[in-house]
Design a protein around this ligand. Structure first.
Ligand code: ADP
Ligand code: MG
Length: 269
């Protein structure tokens, strides 16, 4: 059990990168499961119309009656949109393809960038006692991702070890800076995590070197290896920590959770 607690409410982390397929959803689901394993209570917010985080945590499309779309666009109550998962202390606000029209529907709403921020600060939030809220962002720097960055304390950036990975991060950093200047001055970068890392591959090594040279301490020591068990787990509607608890992928996400918890202990101290 962790002795970690957060009297001022949950730490809200947006998992973001405008590139698709870099490991955002995989990181949101498995980091959530790893934090829960240490005794914490975690809410995942699925903010991607593809709904992969919802599927990966076992919420079938037919069971997604109320979703992040309802929370943001229809003013639904938190208590109506939060669903339990098979894992105790791990809940989710699911998403469906409905969410893809939110951008347009909210265009004339003056508070359009603050909808998730305000929703996650409903007084009902206190009763849940979450330690962490992880927001799984869509693969775009659109209004949904901006909502996540305005709502969050920090941004966690999965970086896939591939060509041009760092160019994408530069663009993402500019968006973070804009959000800081306009709506959320305290937004931090939680860190950059190398995903689908293959230590036998020169490109992976090169991307790691470039990332550490350019981004320094922002890059987590923990790297998530490319691991087939990680990619199989979603089709069993489970985090890899539950699907194959001793796999290299599961161990890596536990190490990432530890690194994040240690960092927060140091900041709190
Ligand atoms: P994103 O949410 O950024 O689009 P995903 O998390 O959905 O990316 O990952 C993209 C694909 O890569 C998925 O099929 C996922 O299962 C696979 N994947 C992610 N991380 C790993 C890993 N560490 N090892 C193997 N496959 C992975
Ligand atoms: Mg995704």
């Amino acid at each position: 059990m962790s002795d970690y607690s957060r009297p001022e409410g949950p730490r809200i982390i947006a998992v973001a990168n405008q590139k698709g397929g870099v490991g955002k959803t995989t990181t949101a689901i498995n980091l959530a499961a790893a934090l829960v394993e240490t005794g914490l209570r975690v809410l995942v917010v699925d903010l991607d119309p593809q709904g992969n985080a919802s599927t990966g945590l076992g919420i079938e499309p037919s069971d997604r009656d109320l979703t992040t779309y309802d929370l943001l666009v229809e003013d639904s109550l938190l208590s109506d949109v939060i669903q339990r998962t098979e894992i105790e202390d791990l809940c989710i606000i699911p998403a469906t393809v409905d969410l893809s029209s939110a951008d347009i529907e909210l265009f004339t709403n003056e508070k359009r960038s603050f909808l998730l921020h305000d929703a996650l600060r409903q007084t009902a939030m206190d009763e849940y006692n979450w330690d962490y809220v992880l927001i799984d962002c869509p693969p775009s720097l659109n209004l949904l991702t901006v909502n996540a960055m305005v709502a969050a304390h920090s941004v966690l950036i999965p970086l896939q070890s591939e060509f041009f990975a760092l160019e994408g991060v530069t663009q993402l950093m500019l968006t973070i800076r804009e959000v800081r200047q306009s709506a959320n001055p305290n937004l931090r970068i939680e860190g950059i995590v190398l995903t689908m890392f293959d230590r036998r591959n020169n490109l992976s090594q090169q991307v790691e070197q470039d990332a550490r040279d350019n981004l320094g301490d922002l890059v987590f020591q923990t790297k998530i290896p490319r691991n087939v068990r990680v990619s199989e787990a979603p089709s069993y509607a489970q985090p890899v920590l539950n699907y194959d608890t001793n796999s290299l992928g599961a161990q890596a996400y536990r190490a990432l959770a530890e690194e994040i918890l240690n960092k927060h202990h140091k900041i709190a101290a």
